[in-house]
Each structure stands twice: as C-alpha cells, then as structure tokens.
Design a protein around this ligand. Structure first.
Ligand code: 4AD
Ligand code: MG
Length: 431
C-alpha cells in the first residue's frame, strides 16, 4: 500500500512507500539506472529507478519520460544526506500521465523575450516558483498585519468614472453609453469607507497606461491601500514602517528555502525591521546638489536620485514633505509651510526605488474645492468626494504599497516583471 503525499512531506514517510504526482524536471541515466528529478509544486526530489529492481517495462516508461512530462511515481522514501532536500525515492512504479513533446524551455539559458513569450511555461522553473511563493507570503503577511491591527478589508471598484492620481495616464473603456476608466488607485473610495469603518485597506489591481519601460514599472500592478480616519502624517509613517518590517520578518521566517533558491543576501534583509530613517525633500535636494546632481528645488526625483539617496541606508528611507506642486491634488499642505505637502515616499534600499507613496489628505472642504478648480477636476464625477469634506470631515491619512516593487526588492530580483505571474508591460499583453 502506498500513501499519496507531496515532496514537502516525504520526511514523514521514511522507509515507507509513497506516491508522488508531478512533472519531470530533469533526468540522468547510466544504462541500468535512471535518475528522475521530479517536481510537484512543493519541491524537487530525485527518484532512482534501477532496471534490475523495477523490471523492463517500468524502466522503459522512465526512459520515455521527457522534460515536463507529467507522471505518478511510487517508491520508498530514503533519507540521504547527499540529496538537496535530504531524501530520495527508490522507484517501484512509474505511470506517465502525459508525455511532453519538445518542451520549449530547456534547462539552458534563454533570452528574456523568449521567456516572456513562454511565461505560461517559464513559471514552472524553481526560481519562478520561489518568486510566486514569496509573493503569496508577502500578501499573507500584509493582510495578517492589517487584520490584526484593527483594519477592515474593503474592495473598491475597478471601473471608475474618474481618475485618482491626476499625474498618471488612464485606460479608457466603454461603460454602455458612458466613458469609464480602469482604476489607478482605490484611494478615494477608501477615504469614503474610512469614514464608515475607521481603519480600512484594499488589496487589488491598479492600471496605468504609462509609457514607461523601466525595470520598476508595470501597466497592471497590485496595490495595498490602507486608509485611516483621525491619523495624521506621523501616524501614517508609523503604520508603514511597522507593516514593511512585519512583511520582511515574515518572509525571513517563512521563505528561507525560496530566498536561498533566489540567491538573496538575507543579511541585508535582516537589517530592515525597526524604525526607518527619514529625510525631508529639502534635505534630499541639498544632498543631491552637494553630490553633483543637476537638480533644483521643485524638481521631482528620478530613479538615479532615489537610488543615490537610499544607498546611504540599510533600511527603507522615508522622503517627506515634497513640494505640493509636484504631488497629487488631494495631499494636505503642511500648515506651517503650505508649499510642501504632508506626504512621504518610502524608498527601498539597494536601488529598488519607491515602494510606498502616501500622505495625509486634505479634509477642509474649501481647500479641496479650491484644488478641484486649480486641477480642472469635473465637479460632477467628483461630487461624492467633496461630500466627504462636508459631512463629518476629519483629518485622515493613507498610503499605497506597490506589491510587485516590494517583492522585487525583498527577493532581490533585477526586474519587476518576475514579481507577478503574468506581467502586463508596455507592448506586452501575451500570454
Ligand atoms: O505613489 P502612487 O502613485 O500612489 C497612489 O496611487 C496613491 N493613491 C496611493 C494611496 O495613497 N492610497 O502609487 C503607490 C505605489 C508606488 O509607491 C509604487 O510602489 C506602486 O504603487 N506603483 C507601481 N508599481 C508598479 N508599476 C507601476 N507603474 C506603479 N506605479 C505605482
Ligand atoms: Mg508615488
């Protein structure tokens, strides 16, 4: 009798017969012995088929298995110190579920365009599996932290009649006889629900038709957007550093094997949790000017500026109080210096750039109305947003954490495209 189990659980069955269901990752053979490397989504294990033991037929089946053929293998679990995960299977039986023919992604190197064209298959390799596992753990950690801290998860709409980030491009679509847009951010809706539930967050996709082809930009990405009533700027930063610290600790604890597969330097990650350093936009400009960057007060930071500023620290860096003029219309101006906003961007270490953007929001009706006029925002589609400032308006704050940028940084990958199963990038909608 054999028990059906997974590679991750074989340690519970040493000396017993188990059945594993998976795919052939790689194979070696030495005439009388076949070494099958089998993966099943939970891990990779070597299964050894000895011709003299399994007989002619089963040995033939092993020989017929090609890379990525699906199979069921039955055998005895043996502890083996030389095996990567400490165990090996002595094969008794193999059933080919389906033979894969000419699998395009061989174990040699491929160009990135080829890999992206075959993303539906590329996701099977251990490195991509590790990234998707870390992604799931990052999402889990974010939600565990916020759920445990009194936040309620709310799902804002994807189809919207108006824009939120007036600085970015929108995807437009037909909504019967109206125009609609794919959401860039759920923030405005989260502000509304924060006035009902106090502390809320959303976790969903955001769409931006930006013609940016950088290693940090996706067209469709996922964002976590907490919004908190009665929280001011300082409170907002505290939530952010606690959240990001929690996520990094969680990944260090739960994804040791994945981080190892990815070759991540975990000593760098271990330095992250705690209180994060802060710098004002003003200080940032001065530092950049002193270090020969051609930048003046009022300019936005580009990737090289962000990288240079954050390179001074092992932890994420908050840049606070950017000029009001270069930030979104809804940001609360600093009462002592209205030319800067009560906002912050969190820049990840190691050159990963902005992973969080947030601010205190304008809660005064007249000031918000003034901003609408300055930014030419149509009153009809935004009337509800102004209402929030009319009926029990309170100071409130929130932020958006970009999931893929956070994952790219934590896993140490070169490009954000590998932080999501099916990336949507400039000129890439397939597969
Ligand atoms: O700074 P952003 O544009 O802020 C907002 O959308 C606010 N409404 C959020 C809020 O306050 N509720 O975006 C927030 C984060 C960025 O810091 C970045 O991590 C990520 O979203 N992001 C992107 N990630 C991948 N590709 C893109 N094109 C991104 N644009 C923003
Ligand atoms: Mg931003």
């Amino acid at each position: 009798m054999s028990t059906t189990t997974t590679i991750s659980r074989v340690g519970d069955y040493v000396g017993q017969t188990v059945m594993l269901q998976g795919w052939l990752y790689n194979k070696r053979s030495s005439g009388k012995i076949q070494f099958l490397q089998v993966r099943d989504g939970t891990g990779l294990i070597q299964c050894v088929a000895v011709k003299a033991e399994v007989g002619e037929d089963i040995f033939e089946t092993c020989a017929s298995l090609t890379q990525e053929s699906s199979l069921r293998v039955t055998g005895t679990v043996r502890a083996d110190d030389r095996a990567p995960n400490g165990y090996e299977i002595t094969v008794q039986n193999v059933e080919a579920v389906q033979i894969a023919e000419e699998y395009p992604i061989t174990l040699k190197e491929h160009g990135v365009d080829f890999l992206l064209d075959h993303r539906h298959l590329w996701i099977r390799v251990p490195r991509q599996r590790a990234l998707l596992r870390v992604r799931a753990e990052v999402e889990r950690a974010v939600m565990a932290f916020l759920d445990g801290d009194g936040f309620t998860r709310i799902d804002p709409p994807i189809l919207t009649p108006s824009s939120c980030e007036d600085t970015t491009e929108l995807f437009q679509t037909k909504y019967f006889d109206q125009e609609a847009f794919l959401t860039q951010s759920g923030q405005m809706y989260m502000e509304a629900v924060a006035m009902s539930l106090g502390k809320v967050y959303s976790a969903g996709p955001a769409f931006r038709a930006e013609k940016s082809k950088t290693r940090r930009h996706l067209i469709e990405f996922w964002m976590i957007e907490p919004e908190m009533a009665y929280y001011e700027h300082e409170d907002n930063l505290r939530v952010q550093e606690q959240l990001v610290s929690h996520v990094v600790n969680h990944v260090l604890n739960e994804c040791e094997e994945e981080l190892h597969t990815l070759g991540r330097d975990i000593d760098k990650l271990k330095k992250v949790p705690g209180t994060f350093p802060r710098m004002s936009y003003d200080e940032g400009i001065k530092w950049l000017q002193k270090h020969d960057f051609d930048i003046k007060w009022g300019d936005d930071f580009g990737a090289p500026h962000e990288t240079a500023l954050s390179a001074q620290f092992d932890q994420p860096l908050f840049i606070e109080r950017y000029p009001t003029a270069i930030k979104a219309f809804y940001m609360q101006p600093d009462p002592n210096r209205p030319e800067v906003a009560l906002c912050a961007d969190m820049l990840a270490p190691e050159g990963y750039g902005e992973i969080v953007g947030g601010s205190q929001r304008i809660h005064d009706y007249n000031l918000m109305k003034e901003r609408f006029e300055q930014h030419n925002l149509p009153q009809d589609t935004y009337a509800w947003y102004l209402d929030l400032r009319k009926f029990g308006s309170v100071p409130h704050s929130g932020f958006g954490l970009g999931l893929e940028r956070t994952i790219a940084w934590i896993t140490g990958i070169e490009h954000i495209r590998e932080a999501i199963a099916f990336p949507r990038m400039l000129y890439r909608l397939y597969p």
